[in-house]
Design a protein around this ligand. Structure first.
Ligand SMILES: *Cc1c(COP(=O)(O)O)cnc(C)c1O
Length: 218
């Protein structure tokens, strides 16, 4: 299957409420261009310098989504153009992103990454830390970031019931935050990868992040 066929196949299964993030980490720009040429406009990267290098080479109407663990000293490489940072997991990081947003005279869209898996290898806030962060934003608003929603990664397992329960948990948190906080742009629920995006869609995902099912294994 070609990249174009893979994208068509995946898109045909997505409801109109969910968008495809083509996860292009480690892949050369020629393959991103191939995806671009068949209409793909959202790309996901997990390394700041790699994203910066690709952004410089590819068309300007691409929406660059940052999906990996982000170190504070690397925010500067993506702040001028990044369309959405999926992986904010601390107030310190959010504060740095806000500063870089200010320097670039823009508001940077962010998702808060929540830890939903039953594995100790995944980053993210736990439920208590999530609400603590939202409370601090209420008393100390940051003007150059905006919280667009939540992101999570399920456990890497064949147990569909477990994955479904983890996505359902994130969806419930999303609903709770939406009801409790007055966040004007809070609309995005980023969940689902190559192996589990169908389950994620069933639980209300608005952004699926798919790499290997489009570009092949890494
Ligand atoms: C790599 C990655 C993906 C895509 O994974 P695939 O299994 O290749 O679809 C999605 N989300 C995050 C955070 C990633 O790091």
């Amino acid at each position: 299957m070609s990249i174009a066929e893979n994208i068509q196949r995946i898109k045909s299964t997505l409801p109109p409420t969910s968008r495809l993030v083509a996860v292009s980490k480690t892949k050369p720009v020629e393959l991103l261009q191939e995806a671009y040429d068949c209409g793909q406009r959202i790309f996901g990267e997990n390394k700041a310098q790699e994203m910066r290098d690709k952004e410089a080479l590819l068309p300007k109407d691409i929406e660059w989504h940052f999906i990996g663990h982000l170190q504070s000293n690397k925010v500067k490489y993506i702040a001028p153009y990044v369309a959405l940072i999926h992986s904010v997991d601390s107030l310190d990081l959010l504060t740095v992103i806000n500063k870089e947003g200010e320097k670039n005279k823009r508001v940077i869209p962010c998702l808060l990454q929540v830890y939903i898996a039953n594995e100790d290898t995944k980053y993210g806030l736990d439920d208590t830390e999530l609400f603590a962060l939202l409370e601090s934003l209420k008393t100390h608003p940051l003007n150059n970031i905006s919280i667009y929603g939540l992101m999570g990664m399920a456990t890497f397992t064949n147990d569909k019931q477990q994955v479904k329960a983890e996505f359902a948990h994130l969806a419930a948190l999303f609903k709770q935050v939406k009801e409790k906080y007055n966040l004007p742009n809070f609309t995005e629920l980023s969940m689902g990868m190559s192996g589990d995006y169908q389950l994620a869609i069933e639980q209300g995902s608005t952004l699926v992040r798919i790499g290997s099912d489009i570009f092949g294994s890494r």
